[in-house]
Ligand binder design. Structure first.
Ligand SMILES: [Fe+2]
Ligand SMILES: [Fe+2]
Length: 267
């Protein structure tokens, strides 16, 4: 099921399949069954539609949020992130099936995947209501790099994807909501608020399973986190951090501050 989602190119079709497969999984779990996890080989890179054109991040035009076109560009970038997030959650399910994990591991990522599918659809609806669509603008080509870099390392994947990249979303989303609120873009505000409330759980699932695996191998979670982020994540973490939401997601300050651009704690 995960590989089917990963090999579906069209965004809306990928989101629909993701929701259908998640429903099948969740129905079985609600009925008290644990479906067999199985084995499959996920593609190195997920299938993508012909559009958007994927560009080096340096070549993606800068967004100026003060204009309607800037706000469309911002939503387009969010749609691209959400589509990648759908694939990232299904990829972790399929890629690490050889590591025995409790059923809740799969429940968490299936739930995250269906939420990302909804986020993608919500943002596409906003773009379409504003006269644009996903694919109308170029998008960031480097989005799958974290997945490739951690394709052989489940702890590294958990550290970099939910605990660094998705945690970064918690830091920047309130500022984006403000931009859309000031522009009276109610639909975008509502969509971003859904995203903001649900992303906390994705970070929390990352932290939960990261700590679980460290415990299984008798490793110090904080030290391992620092090592893995330095190995797989290119660059420093950017303050300011949303310390409250990070705490809610099980990310304490001593995990991320030592990896920040400036190593001095502010405030
Ligand atoms: Fe999302
Ligand atoms: Fe997410």
């Amino acid at each position: 099921m995960a590989v089917e989602v990963l090999t579906t190119a069209d965004g809306r079709a990928k989101a629909a399949l993701s929701r259908a497969h998640a429903s099948a999984w969740q129905a079985a779990r609600t009925a008290g069954h644990m479906p067999p996890v199985g084995r499959a080989t996920p593609p190195d890179r997920p299938a993508r539609p012909d559009r958007p054109e994927l560009l080096d991040p340096r070549d993606v035009p800068r967004r100026r949020p003060g204009s309607p076109q800037g706000r469309i560009a911002m939503l387009h970038a969010v749609a691209h992130i959400e589509l990648n997030a759908v694939d990232l959650h299904w990829d972790i399910v399929a890629r690490f099936a050889d590591t025995p994990m409790p059923p809740g591991f799969y429940d968490d990522w299936v739930k995250s995947a269906v939420e990302e599918s909804n986020h993608f659809n919500l943002i596409c609806d906003c773009l379409e209501a504003m006269g644009s669509h996903y694919g109308a603008l170029p998008a960031h080509a480097g989005m799958w790099r974290a997945a490739e870099d951690t394709a052989d390392d489940l702890l590294g994947r958990l550290a970099v994807v939910p605990m660094v990249l998705e945690a970064r979303g918690l830091d920047v989303t309130p500022g984006m909501i403000d931009i859309f609120r000031r522009a009276d873009e109610t639909r975008a505000v509502e969509a971003m608020e859904v995203i903001y409330s649900e992303e906390v759980h994705h970070v929390a699932y990352g932290s939960k399973w990261f700590h679980f695996l460290c415990g299984r191998h008798d490793l110090d979670p904080k030290g391992v986190f620092h090592d893995l982020v330095r190995r797989y994540f290119h660059g420093a973490l950017k303050p300011p951090f949303n310390e409250e939401k990070r705490a809610e997601a099980g990310l304490p300050p001593d995990f991320y501050w030592p990896l920040a651009e400036r190593h001095t704690r502010q405030g």
